[in-house]
Design a protein around this ligand. Sequence first.
Ligand code: SF4
Ligand code: SF4
Length: 315
Amino acid sequence: MEYVQLGKTGLRVSKLCFGGLVIGPLQVNLTIDEGANVIARALELGVNFIDTAELYDTYPHIREAIRKTNKKPIVASRCYAYTREGAAQSLEKARKELDMDVIDIFGLHEQESRLTLRGHREALEYFVNAKEKGIIKAVSVSTHNIEVVEACAEMPEVDVIHPLVNVAGIGIGDGTIEEMLNAVKKAYDAGKGIYSMKPFGGGNLINRFEECVNFLFSIPYIHSIAIGMQSVEEVEINEEIFEKRYVPEELKTRIKNIKKKLHIDYWCEGCEKCIERCKQKALEIVDGKAKVNYDKCILCGYCASACPQFAIKMQ
Ligand code: SF4
Ligand code: SF4
C-alpha cells in the first residue's frame, strides 16, 4: 500500500481510504460485527485511513474494528453543525463513540457554497479552537461543489478538503469535472490535504470501473481516494487494484453485472422531507409519492435518513 503525506497535516495516509458510508444504515446496514470485519480486513491489508460522518452512524463499527485488530487508523469525520454548541456535541459524540481522545480529522459536512460556509462559521471556529487544544489534528470540509473547494483553498483554517471527483463529474453541483479539477489543484498547491469521494458516481459509473480508477490514479494532486466497500471481498479487490494499479480482467466482467438502485416503497406519504434533504435535486413528488430521477441521483442514500416512514432503501 502506498502512503502519502496529507497536505500539511502531518498525517501519513494510505492512498486507499476506506469509505464508511456503505456499511452503515444508510446503505447496506451491516451489523456492528459484520461492518467491523470489513473494516478490519482493510486495516490488515494496510489501509490506515477511514472516512466517516456523524450521519453515517458507523462509529461503533470503526471502534469494533480497531478493537479486533489493535490497529489505530487515521479517522476523518464530520457533521452538519452550524453553531458552537452543535459542533461541540458532534465532536464529543465522535470521541465517545469511537473511544478516541483525539479525532484526527473533523469538520463540516456537505458544504454547498461560500454562503453555507459563512453560515457554518461558528462551528468551523469551534473546530479550529479544538485543533489548538489538541482535540482534533486537522479541520476539514467536504463538498460536491467547485465554489467550496475554491473558497477553502484560500482559508488557512481549513487543512483538509474532501471533494467529489469522478471521471464524468457525476454529482458535482456547480460545474464540470475539469473545473472541479482546477479548483482541487489550486487547493492542493495551497497545501491542503485532498482526499476524494464518489469515484464511481455512487455506483452510476460502475460499468466504467477501469476508466474511473485510471482517471483517479492519473491525478497527481489527490492524496487519497475514498472508496465505499461493503464486504471483505470488495476490500481485497480494491487493495489489489491499488497495489498493482490495474483492474484484473475477471473483475471487469463481474463488476459489469453489479447494479445499485434507490427504491421508494409504496407506503411513501409524499411528505417531501426527502426532497428537502437531497442536494442533487434528484427527487420530486409525482401522484402524491416521491419519485427518483436516476440521471441525477448519486446513490448517496442521504434521503433515507430524512424519511420518517423508512420508505427509502438502497437495493
Ligand atoms: S420522506 Fe419518505 S414519506 Fe416523505 S416523501 Fe420522501 S419517501 Fe415519501
Ligand atoms: S435521491 Fe437520495 S440517494 Fe439519490 S442523490 Fe438524492 S439524497 Fe442521494
